[in-house]
Design a protein around this ligand. Structure first.
Ligand code: M6R
Length: 615
């Protein structure tokens, strides 16, 4: 992960770097740092923890930093070495002429370190980045040219990187390189920028060059030159950035997460717009590039994703198999890439990712692309690496999601998958389930109103959150299409409250997890009216018999069953098939209020980052 930023021009570099880093903090917040070049001198400032700590340090150095018009900066999500100041970027070499920031993981850093140690390099940190700094400086010693040094160094590096380097002897440039980590060069007038992501520079420019893997760029104040791996100068491809400089604000909510939960009704409306207008017409999916004949030839679907996106994929399996009748496998991308997967030109491979930058999913997609499968990408970021790999790009348009815990992007992914499943069925000309499809279309159209109804009654969820906030463990159970809801509810709770929460298929409880049940282990059961209601109810009885506290989440509980539950959260009436889209709102709110009640850092939970660009 990590975020990098660079500036070269006439303005005060430091404030641009810090502003950029503030927009990259979603990529990590273990430490931050900047290196500011003034003439042939480089000053480095670093701080452990969040960016605010660096800002405090910089406030005391105003007279020095205001003179620098070139600089690089970094926000860290620790991979190698503790999140300390010494491990914070930027890193330098022995003579401190070269300064480097890095996003990624250098896999052969130990071997390189051993070789460089023999050459006299002295390492101060535990990071792989410091090894790269010494390596580039070592190569510089052979040529006295930063571009050549970078080109030669990256050939020796295995792994993923986006590098941004400055050198005291070449104070008119920033040199950048990338492989399997994002990097853009913002194009300005008499000034240029480097960043891991658009929000860091959008305030200053709307034009950028997306650096490709194996390219190295030399960024000066009034020129940008990019070279391929054979040192050939290539033509700059300038693109317009798909963002407005928006003030990302909490709009009066205490946390971004709460705001984003409340945005979900509009997110659903956005995803549906122009695709599903009324229940009589077929779904329109102009972004889907396979003809109906080719769709009829699809023999299997493979969904690859991580974390919350993986849970959306699990719901996707259920509905694609049910409606489109295509066998569907869902796998964490990080596992998919270590199997000799069976995929061919008749396999539809769907990558789901909020950020579009998750390294494991990118690798999985590339693997499937090599097998000639049709690649569908469902993402919130049309400018991402994954979007660029797509044969069919399905943007979810959920708007920027700031909170590290995914909420509205999950909702957008779910709705996209419902539409896709119906679309595949309709394109195949399948006539089964017609009535159910009409009903589902109607329910999708009315879903935003139901989400709003649910969000009007958060008091009860707050009360229950407070009541259960002191428990150290939680179990979430459900069956069928809500099994992924149990997984996602547990993930939400553990990532923002640090309470140990696990989701199980309710039927699995008796095969082991039931051993953990007693009065200290609350069980949250999702049991909508539908085919699995009675079965989940029996599993609830089994839990209750072990003195577990029971929380029910449902659109309907029979009068005779109400007393079984210690607490009940009722959602608006919904079919079993669409219920994950309502149940999840309850689970998001429950996690949010527990975390908030415990005083945790809701939007930036410890050890996590919004975009996971390392494998
Ligand atoms: O950007 P992606 O959707 O590919 O990210 C995948 C996971 O890293 C992400 O969903 C993560 O699990 C979130 N913290 C969930 O809230």
């Amino acid at each position: 992960m990590c975020g990098i930023i660079g500036y070269i021009g006439d303005r005060e570099a430091c404030s641009i770097l810090v502003s950029g880093l503030s927009h990259l903090e979603y990529r990590g917040y273990d430490s931050s740092g900047v290196a500011l070049m003034e003439k042939d001198n480089v000053n480095i400032y670093k701080a452990e923890g969040k960016l605010i700590n660096l800002v405090e340090i910089l406030k005391t150095k105003q007279d020095v930093i205001s003179k620098a018009h070139i600089g690089i900066g970094h926000i860290r999500w620790a991979t190698h070495g503790l999140p300390t100041t010494i491990n914070a970027h930027p890193h330098t070499c022995n003579c401190k002429n070269l300064t480097l920031v890095h996003n990624g993981i250098i896999e052969n850093y130990q071997e390189l370190k051993e070789e460089l140690t023999k050459e006299g390099c002295i390492f101060k940190s535990q990071t792989d980045t410091e090894v790269a700094a010494h390596l580039i400086a070592h190569e510089y010693g052979k040529t006295n040219d930063l571009l050549l040094a970078m080109q030669s160094a990256v050939k020796k590096i295995k792994g993923a990187f986006a590098f941004c380097a400055i050198h005291k002897k070449e104070p008119d440039k920033i040199v950048v390189a990338k492989r399997n980590a994002p990097l853009i060069i913002g194009v300005g007038e008499g000034e240029n920028f480097v960043a891991s992501d658009i929000p860091a520079i959008i305030e200053y420019t709307k034009k950028a060059i997306y650096l490709c893997d194996y390219q190295v760029g030399v960024v000066k104040k009034d020129s940008i030159k990019i070279y391929d791996d054979k040192n050939q100068l290539i033509e700059n491809k300038i693109e317009y950035l798909p963002f407005e400089a928006i003030a990302i604000s909490k709009m009066g909510y205490k946390h971004f997460m709460l705001k984003e939960i409340h945005e979900q009704s509009d997110v659903v409306r956005n995803v549906l717009s122009s695709k599903l207008t009324d229940i009589e017409h077929e779904i329109k999916f102009d972004e889907f590039k396979l003809t109906s004949n080719k769709i009829k030839n699809i023999t299997r679907v493979q969904i690859v994703a991580c974390g919350t996106s993986l849970h959306a994929g699990l719901v996707g399996k259920y509905i694609i198999e049910k409606f489109a009748r295509i066998p569907t496998d869902v796998e964490p991308s990080s596992e998919y890439i270590y199997r000799d997967t069976i995929a061919d030109e008749n396999t539809l491979v769907i990558g789901i990712s909020q950020s579009g930058e998750t390294a494991d999913t990118i690798t999985a997609i590339k693997q499937a692309k090599n097998r000639n499968s049709h690649i569908v990408i469902i993402t919130n970021r049309t400018d991402s690496t994954m979007a660029r790999l797509a044969d069919s790009l399905l943007p979810v348009n959920a708007g920027i999601e700031v909170s590290v815990a995914a909420t509205k992007s999950y909702m957008a992914q779910l709705i996209s998958l419902y539409l896709l499943a119906i679309y595949l069925k309709e394109q195949k000309g399948l006539k089964e389930n017609e009535k159910e499809i009409q009903n589902l279309k109607h329910e999708l159209i009315t879903l935003p109103n139901k989400i709003e109804m649910l969000l009007e009654k958060t008091d009860e969820i707050q009360r229950i959150a407070k009541k259960y906030s002191s428990y150290k463990d939680f179990i979430f159970i459900a069956r069928g299409i809500n099994y992924p809801s149990a997984l996602e509810g547990a993930l939400k709770l553990k990532e923002i409250s640090y309470i140990n929460a696990t989701g199980y298929g309710a039927g699995e409880l008796k095969h082991g997890p039931i051993a953990m049940l007693d009065s200290n282990m609350p069980v949250l059961a999702i049991l909508n009216s539908g085919i699995v209601y009675d079965k989940v109810l029996s599993n609830c009885e089994e839990a209750k018999a072990r003195q577990a506290k029971l929380i029910g989440v449902s659109d309907y509980i029979a009068q005779k069953d109400i007393n079984l539950f210690d607490d009940l959260i009722l959602i608006p009436a919904v079919s079993d098939i669409l219920s994950p889209a309502l149940n999840i709102v309850v689970l998001q709110l429950l996690a949010y209020y527990i975390s908030e009640y415990l005083g945790k850092d809701v939007d930036q939970p410890r050890n996590l980052a919004k975009s996971v660009t390392v494998e």
